[in-house]
Design a protein around this ligand. Structure first.
Ligand SMILES: C[S@@+](CC[C@H](N)C(=O)[O-])C[C@H]1O[C@@H](n2cnc3c(N)ncnc32)[C@H](O)[C@@H]1O
Length: 231
């Protein structure tokens, strides 16, 4: 899928946010992890610096770090103004207030930019897009998808969601997706069809409450494991 940089608001989250959004244990953080739709998150750079093994994919990686940062800087004030204009939609628990959130997003972008060239050279950042990823079956222990599936349910079709989740099942032994709400802070109508598809395949999707909440009510992730097929 090709994307235009103008259509993406490249906001990224930190390792601490990924830990809270996905309830990542110290053991989880030693796994071979795929971050799908990682954008300018600093999760890969921060966890790699601590000895972790993360591959991040995103169509955004067709652009340079400078281009991604310029797009971020061009959209930052607009996005912060939208957040401040809709106080009823936000929960200030993980981030104490919008000023803290803004500083966090700037810091994450700086960390991402500092890591991107080196990480791209060592294939930690790969340009790739759901619903088809260039990986072998079961290549990752854990696939994470933050703020892409379900969040963009108003833009991405139900079929796209089913195909994308099927692809994550193919390449990972466990999948976690956060949040389960749309950009308009409504529960995504794609969650139930995705769960139905997974159950029809004998899997056991669980909706789990997590400690991260920024969108009000957006403190749930979907997780499921894929048993390895008998050899
Ligand atoms: C809101 S950002 C989330 C970034 C990061 N996961 C985080 O939580 O900080 C959504 C990302 O999804 C990426 N994206 C768009 N289409 C995609 C696709 N088909 N497959 C994977 N990622 C995609 C965008 O480029 C963008 O970087």
């Amino acid at each position: 899928m090709s994307i235009s940089l103008a259509k993406v608001i490249p906001f990224g989250r930190s390792l601490a946010e990924y830990q809270a959004m996905f309830s990542l244990s110290p053991e989880d953080q030693q796994l071979n992890i795929l971050d799908c739709g990682g954008g300018p998150a600093s999760f890969n750079g921060e966890l790699t610096a601590q000895g972790g093994h993360v591959t991040t994919v995103d169509p955004l990686y067709q652009f340079s770090a400078t281009q991604i940062k310029q797009r971020f800087q061009a959209s930052l004030d607009d996005v912060m103004a939208q957040i401040e204009a809709t106080p009823e939609n936000w929960c200030w628990s993980f981030h104490p207030n919008s000023a803290d959130l803004k500083q966090n997003r700037i810091k994450v972008m700086e960390r991402f930019t500092a890591d991107f060239s080196q990480g791209k050279a060592s294939s930690r950042y790969l340009e790739a897009s759901l619903p088809q990823l260039p990986f072998k079956d079961g290549q990752f222990d854990l696939a994470l998808c933050s703020h892409f599936l379900f969040l963009y349910s108003d833009l991405l079709s139900p079929e796209f969601h089913l195909q994308a989740v099927q692809e994550l099942c193919r390449i990972a032994k466990e999948v976690r997706i956060f949040p389960l709400r749309t950009l308009a802070s409504q529960p995504s109508t794609d969650v139930e069809p995705v769960c139905r598809m997974l159950r029809s395949q004998g899997l056991h999707p669980e909706i789990v409450q997590v400690e991260y909440e920024l969108q009000k009510g957006g403190n749930e992730m979907l997780r499921f494991s894929i048993p390895s097929s008998p050899t």
